[in-house]
Write a protein that binds this ligand. Structure first.
Ligand SMILES: *[C@@H]1O[C@H](CO)[C@@H](O)[C@H](O)[C@H]1NC(C)=O
Ligand SMILES: *[C@@H]1O[C@H](CO)[C@@H](O)[C@H](O)[C@H]1NC(C)=O
Ligand SMILES: *[C@@H]1O[C@H](CO)[C@@H](O)[C@H](O)[C@H]1NC(C)=O
Ligand SMILES: *[C@@H]1O[C@H](CO)[C@@H](O)[C@H](O)[C@H]1NC(C)=O
Length: 334
């Protein structure tokens, strides 16, 4: 995994120079979340991602899919987009009704949660791959493969009945094939063009060190913070010289509000072994120049001492000023 990441980061700048098409992969994923509290209460919300970016949101309350990016319409004309949106609107109301009917037919207990994940990915060389998965109560139950619906492994018996009904509906199957085989890749090719500058954006990380709560007597938790980078792939490691520290713990990569990322990487060490350790950060935006931060053993205590000295000085200064003020006011009286 780490090797792959290395190769990817190392390879990126070279590949990009020779080609206009972004070479990182940008899967396009639409997510539909339908919640049914009871027989009459339902809502469906949608969102879509292109790689790490979210160009669309579609709230239940709205009749239109909201653009979150200036390039969200891709290279589709207003009319093409309007037709697509109309199709999704019809789909949204009929899918709600269909699920309610299935639930009635199968005597399913509420509340129900249905999630659909669908989309495609255009590869370099202009080939593409599409997918459509459906989950029920958080578990995969079926997907669309080639020309028909198929059950996920280990699904309950009733899923077979649902699939039978779905596969009898030739019209829907053809519509899904056309959306997955043609519309989606065509639309995504357009997005890769109109969104190119934002998709290719590179933002350098900032990195800093701190110490976490002591994991035990005589031990230190060294924390390396890496923030504000884009795109998401990053490599951060605690090192001794050129040697990786195998007990380095990597947190989840978390989103910042400005569509950049944050990562926290920690190391639990004996306090006397902390000196000489470094945190090393590698990212595509750094052009091969890793960020290297050195842990100084006396870092935390030096900070504390400096703080204590500063506070004493301030207090002393304050007292002196008061004393002088008092003296001068006494002098005024006298
Ligand atoms: C369904 O749930 C909604 C929201 O909690 C509630 O207001 C409504 O009365 C419920 N309807 C039925 C038929 O239970
Ligand atoms: C979701 O939208 C549908 C269609 O506009 C509406 O009938 C329904 O009441 C909405 N659901 C909620 C919970 O607002
Ligand atoms: C990619 O393939 C699609 C459909 O197969 C075609 O319409 C399009 O022109 C191709 N694009 C490029 C850049 O070759
Ligand atoms: C869509 O692609 C699948 C292969 O993924 C193929 O089996 C099917 O015939 C195609 N359908 C249409 C309508 O192009």
């Amino acid at each position: 995994m780490r090797c792959l990441l290395f190769l990817l980061l190392w390879g990126l700048p070279q590949i990009r120079r020779t080609s206009e098409v972004p070479q990182r992969n940008f899967p396009f994923r639409c997510l539909q979340i339908s919640s049914f509290l009871n027989r009459s209460w339902a809502r469906t919300d949608g969102l879509a991602w292109l790689g790490e970016l979210q160009p669309y949101v579609w709230k239940n309350d709205s009749d239109t899919i909201r653009f979150l990016k200036p390039w969200s319409q891709g290279t589709f004309s207003d009319q093409q987009w309007e037709e697509l949106q109309h199709l999704f609107r019809v789909y949204r109301s009929s899918v709600t009704r269909d699920i309610q009917e299935f639930a009635k037919m199968l005597h399913t207990a509420y509340p129900l949660e249905v999630q659909v994940s669908a989309g495609c990915e255009v590869h370099p060389g202009n080939t593409s791959e599409s997918f459509l998965y459906v989950a029920f109560q958080g578990r995969d139950i079926l997907s669309f493969q080639g020309t028909s619906w198929v059950p996920a492994p280990d699904t309950p018996q009733w899923v077979a009945r649902v699939i039978e009904v779905l596969n009898d509906d030739q019209g829907t199957s053809e519509m899904v094939q056309s959306l997955l085989n043609d519309t989606c890749p065509q639309f995504v090719r357009g997005l890769l063009e109109t969104g190119k500058s934002e998709l290719d954006r590179q933002v350098k990380p900032e990195a800093w060190l701190s110490s976490g709560p002591a994991p035990g007597p005589g031990r230190l938790l060294l924390v390396c913070h890496v923030s504000g980078f884009y795109p998401k792939p990053v490599w951060v490691m605690w090192m001794r010289g050129e040697q990786e520290e195998p007990s380095t713990q990597q947190g989840d990569i978390l989103p910042n509000a400005d569509e950049t990322w944050y990562l926290r990487v920690t190391l639990d060490v004996a306090a006397r072994e902390a000196a000489g350790l470094t945190c090393r950060v590698r990212h595509s935006s750094l052009g091969g120049e890793d960020i290297i931060l050195y842990w100084e053993q006396s870092r935390a205590s030096a900070g504390l001492i400096a703080g204590a000295v500063l506070v004493s000085l301030l207090i002393a200064g304050g007292l002196l000023t008061c004393w002088f003020k008092k003296r001068s006011s006494y002098q005024d009286i006298l």
